[in-house]
Write a protein that binds this ligand. Structure first.
Ligand code: AKG
Ligand code: FE2
Length: 190
């Protein structure tokens, strides 16, 4: 586990081999085949360029980009992964999964800075390796991390206040990638 201290109290933990490849293979297949995947509209009504699924404790809803995502009951595999990440850092009651079908699927620059969410986000990657980039809001300094099969990235401290992050499109012929972001939702919309 690598600890990257960012300016102004941001923190990023990085472990490119958090899960052994065989364990990551198992979770990739199970989650790809068993999660309820859907494509949803984002801002301005355009469809998001990826599939999503969301799981968590009963009654938890996460609203972002104006869309409500109500948690389905935890799958066993997600609880196993959640417990494992919690031994490193954080405490989570919700998981947003993103499925990037090809290199054309992506996630644009954003911060997960909703006030109703805790500041620690545990992000596990499975499948194809993609770039995960962060960019400072003022200085525009950027750092690029490779998020591969079994990579864990934890975002913590003040990172969401001062930095944005993205998963850019790639023209390379990459396979599917599934990313799990474990979060703590403090209050769900009424
Ligand atoms: O796919 C990733 O690595 C990032 C996902 C992300 O930033 C998010 O779900 O907010
Ligand atoms: Fe994010």
């Amino acid at each position: 586990m690598e600890t990257i201290k960012l300016e102004e109290g941001g923190l990023l933990l990085y472990d490119d081999a958090f899960l052994p490849a065989k364990v990551a293979d198992h979770y990739f297949t199970r989650l790809r085949d068993n999660c309820v995947w859907e494509q949803k509209p984002g801002l301005f009504g355009h469809m998001q360029p990826r599939l999503i699924a969301s799981y968590g404790d009963a009654g938890v809803t996460y609203r972002y980009s104006g869309v409500d995502n109500t948690a389905l009951p935890w799958l066993e595999e997600l609880l196993e992964i959640k417990n494992k990440i919690e031994t490193v850092r954080g405490e989570y009651n919700y998981c947003l999964l993103n499925r990037y079908r090809t290199g054309a699927d992506s996630m644009g620059w954003h911060a997960d800075d909703e006030p109703e969410m805790g500041n620690v986000i545990g992000s596990l990657s499975l499948g194809a390796t993609r770039k995960f980039r962060i960019r400072h809001n003022e200085t525009k300094a950027t750092k690029t991390f490779l998020a591969g099969h079994g990579t864990l990235i934890i975002m913590a401290g003040t990172m969401q206040q001062f930095w944005k992050h993205e998963v850019p499109k790639t023209k390379q012929n990459v396979g599917e990638r599934i990313n799990l972001t474990f979060r703590k939702i403090l209050a769900s919309p009424k």
